[in-house]
Design a protein around this ligand. Structure first.
Ligand SMILES: [Zn+2]
Length: 327
């Protein structure tokens, strides 16, 4: 895959890193400062676009979203309750909204002004149908959006797919109105599954996951974007990976080329099992008990942060300039 020649610093905190491991032909570095993992070099935008074209990203998106979102409801509920307290139930934008499950869930909690961004046209159509939200078929860069508009902007499992997270966070901070809230959910670099299975974990999924943030790394990136951290917590365990424990801890497979149809089938199987598990009656109770433990220990596989744009302080654009002048 063609890559960007320049840049080798941590995309989150800007620290230097060292080679940690390779998977599917992609070298992962670990940041010496914040311990986040990131691809080095970062695939070029053209290479990423080509990858998503070949791997049928819209199908991935549909699988991800239809595969089991019940587990996320508790996190979504807590995050939206905090957001409502801080910013009221004003306009809400979900970036990378998939088939609209989060938007539909927000509507059931009383959020009425709903918007979404989704690149795959048929997935965007589903999102409109299930949530009633105004969904643009666009990326964060190409979308037509108004600064200072949103009470809440959310990204669930989206930030780690973006090659320039710092620039994305600055853009997001401008979209949120002063005093408004940004909700981020990302895979957690120090979650228990990645700690135990290492590069064999399905969380290590190049070139889709371009980085896997530590709490410290994500905090550095959001601080730089001028956002205040209200809460950061880790929840959830990648159940299917633990059910497959024998396979995961077995002999290391040789590095292959880019993911093939085989990889897509593995993911489809994973999501189907996940759907069956999460649909079981006792699942919610067990998960909430586990989540109490994971929040206390910081070992959850999902890192969720609630961020706030300061109500009156320096707008993020000015913070950018200050940051630039320090360099
Ligand atoms: Zn770092």
């Amino acid at each position: 895959m063609k890559t960007n020649a320049a840049s080798s610093l941590c995309p989150l905190c800007g620290g230097t890193g060292h080679g940690a491991f390779e998977k599917n032909g992609y070298l992962h570095h670990q940041c010496d400062r914040c311990a986040s993992l990131y691809l080095e070099p970062v695939p070029s935008p053209e290479a990423l676009a080509d990858f998503y074209r070949r791997s049928s990203a819209d199908q991935n998106s549909r699988l991800c979203w239809e595969g089991g979102n019940q587990h996320a409801h508790a996190s979504w509920c807590r995050a939206l309750a905090t957001a409502a307290k801080l910013a009221g139930t004003g306009p809400l934008l979900d970036v990378g909204c998939g088939a609209g499950q989060f938007l539909a869930y927000a509507r059931t909690l009383g959020w009425a002004e709903l918007e979404g961004l989704e690149v795959a046209p048929d997935v965007a159509a589903t999102a409109r149908r299930v949530s009633g939200a105004a969904v643009q078929e666009a990326t964060l860069e190409s979308a037509s959006l108004v600064d200072d508009r949103y009470a809440v902007v959310s990204l669930w499992d989206v930030l780690e797919h973006l090659p320039e997270p710092a620039a994305a966070l600055r853009r997001l901070a401008r979209l949120v109105r002063p005093g408004g809230v940004l909700l981020l959910g990302v895979p957690h670099r120090h979650g228990i599954t990645l700690r135990v299975f290492g590069s064999r974990s399905l969380i290590v999924m190049p070139p889709e996951h371009l980085f896997l943030p530590s709490r410290r790394g994500l905090r550095a990136a959001t601080d730089r974007a001028g956002l205040d951290t209200v809460r950061a917590e880790t929840t959830d365990v990648r159940l299917r990976e633990w059910l497959d424990v024998g396979k995961r801890l077995g002999p290391r497979a040789p590095s292959a080329g880019p993911p093939s149809r085989g990889a897509a089938q593995v993911r489809a199987d994973y999501l189907e099992t996940y759907r069956r598990i999460t649909a079981a009656g006792a699942f919610g109770l067990v998960q909430s008990v586990i989540n109490v433990l994971l929040r206390a220990t910081g070992l959850g596989d999902q890192l969720t942060v609630v961020l706030r744009r300061p109500p009156t302080a320096t707008p993020p654009a000015a913070a950018d300039r200050r940051e630039a002048s320090r360099r």
